[in-house]
Write a protein that binds this ligand. Sequence first.
Ligand code: C5P
Ligand code: MG
Length: 286
Amino acid sequence: MIPELAKASVLMRDRSRVEETIQAMQRAGPDALQVISDFDMTLSRFAHNGKRCPTTHNILDNDLLINDTCKKMIRELLNTYYPIEIDATRTVEEKLPHMVEWWTSVHELLIQQKIRRDLLAQAVKQSSAMLREGYKVFFDRLQEQQVPLLIFSAGLGDILEEVIRQNHVFHPNVHVISNYMDFDQSGVLRAFKGQLIHTFNKREGALLHAAHFRELKERPNVLLLGDSLGDLTMADGLAHTQHALTIGFLNDQVEERKESYVNSYDIVLVKDETMDVPNAILNYIT
Ligand code: C5P
Ligand code: MG
């Protein structure tokens, strides 16, 4: 049905259920579909030529914006908390307080650095951030078919928007829920807006943005893309789902996490830096 699903990097717990869901989504067509996607390490690349690509937070690791002491502290925080975020042996409940600590500490450091809004675009240009191969086909097709795309990110909204703008895919069908910076009148970072979103509280974020989902209630089919098990709660704001298909990118700690990903996501893509599978499914459905 979809040759891309036969690749060795594609794992499925229940192949026939996946095929039935895709067929049902195809019958309902593009008007019934919405797409909800995580950003960092899902739409953006995890690695390129063997080197890690930055998350939206890590794009700020630039002399333009922060000093060396702050860089060092942010890197230390990453080295402490990222292993906890992806640890297959801890429960989400155990991870929660650590995630809040990580995000809060980094956001406080960024505020102390008095980051300037007018330098963000340049920092994004200078970074090695990249969207996954095939991203343009993905964004352009959703725009052409007028399928709404919600990007739901625990990263930094201002940076995320700049990345997709610079890649020429910030189309009118794209809506973003993320952590946004609050600048003072002179354009200096003074706080973060709204309730903090981290990897494991996307469910609360989804419920807070229930109005967004209500507007899309006539679109009962959802394609969800993520790279963390926390991303599976991004669609919890939806009340009228008929068919849902979830695709998880398993980028890191593959052997340790394979089983839990296969049990949680309908389709798991192992170390796949492309949008080939989502694009093939969209091509079939729309
Ligand atoms: O867009 P997404 O929800 O994936 O963004 C969150 C990601 O950003 C997390 O998976 C985390 O590893 C990363 N992060 C980071 N630096 C921080 C906080 C989170 O790189 N200070
Ligand atoms: Mg992510």
